[in-house]
Write a protein that binds this ligand. Structure first.
Ligand SMILES: Nc1ncnc2c1ncn2[C@@H]1O[C@H](COP(=O)(O)OP(=O)(O)O)[C@@H](O)[C@H]1O
Ligand SMILES: Cc1ncc(COP(=O)(O)O)c(N)n1
Length: 263
């Protein structure tokens, strides 16, 4: 009998259900992967914004990681909102036991609200990225992490190359915030750069795009895909999921993505 493939998300809860652990578990399920979850923070959040953050103490994040890793055959790990530098460093300590590590360095929500309680950039750059199979900053995060403006595809390419110097094996700078409304992402791997594109969908429902992109990448790595095909599959999935909810009116702000089972 075929046994389930397992992926783990280490991320924050979105009480509105559109992003964070809730989005990750939905994406894992759509990819046919069993999802385990380690919570790093609770957010009081809806489609309009983040009203509050309650970070999980470091020791209890560790306790959750210990429980999952001692019992389940985790094939890939996705990190999302890690909330504090201390949690970023903790995950880095566990990294040798975290296969196919996809790091989505979540710094701001789509509403523009901050999702961390202190300065986490340095911890990402020096402690966690060197262990990552794939990192997936959006343009704003790439700008904060490199200290340079990132507003064009050329800027995204330069940022991806710089972030590749941290030791991350593969860097995706996501272009969902390009001013010309094109869905172009830049993928850097082993010194070469590819553009991955999908048609732009005109919608306000983009809450959870980044979480879903990284979760599908991890799910596909857990199922044995190589990084490039995992990323191209994630791009296709996010496009379909945005299309599925493009006409929804759920909440007064940035609504969530829909879903679609993926072979
Ligand atoms: N309206 C859209 N139509 C098509 N693709 C989109 C749209 N918005 C975002 N994407 C895609 O979703 C993925 C996540 O990107 P982005 O929105 O930049 O991430 P984040 O949620 O971290 O800000 C990228 O592949 C991006 O191109
Ligand atoms: C708990 C949590 N984690 C992550 C995000 C980022 O969401 P997005 O995918 O829209 O960038 C969020 N808004 N809330």
């Amino acid at each position: 009998m075929e046994q389930p493939v397992v992926a783990l998300t280490v991320a924050g809860s979105d009480s509105g259900g559109g992003a964070g652990v809730q989005a990750d578990l939905k994406a894992f399920a759509m990819c046919g992967v069993f999802g385990a979850s380690v919570f790093t923070a609770l957010t009081a959040q809806n489609t309009m914004g983040v009203k509050g953050i309650h970070a999980v103490p470091r020791d209890f994040v560790a306790a959750q990681l210990d429980a999952v890793l001692a019992d389940l055959p985790v094939g890939a790990v996705k990190t999302g909102m890690l909330a504090s530098a201390s949690t970023v460093e903790l995950v880095a300590e566990y990294a040798p036991r975290l296969p196919n590590l996809v790091v989505d360095p979540v710094l701001v929500a789509s509403s523009g609200d901050r999702l961390f309680t202190d300065s986490v950039e340095q911890a990402y750059l020096t402690a966690l990225f060197p262990h990552a199979a794939v990192i997936t900053p959006n343009m704003r995060e790439a700008s904060v992490l490199t200290g340079r403006e990132v507003s064009t595809v050329d800027d995204m390419r330069a940022a991806a190359e710089r972030l590749g110097e941290t030791g991350a094996k593969c860097v995706v700078v996501k272009g969902g915030h390009l001013s010309d409304s094109s869905a172009v992402d830049v993928v850097w791997r082993d010194g070469t750069v590819d553009l991955v594109e999908a048609p732009w969908v005109e919608t306000r429902n983009n809450h959870g795009t980044g979480c879903t992109f990284a979760a599908v990448t991890a799910a596909r790595l857990a199922r044995g895909a190589d990084p490039k095909s995992a990323i191209f599959g994630a791009k296709a999935y996010v496009h379909e999921a945005i299309r599925a909810s493009a006409d929804w009116r759920l909440g007064g702000g940035h609504g969530p993505l829909g879903w679609k089972p993926m072979p």
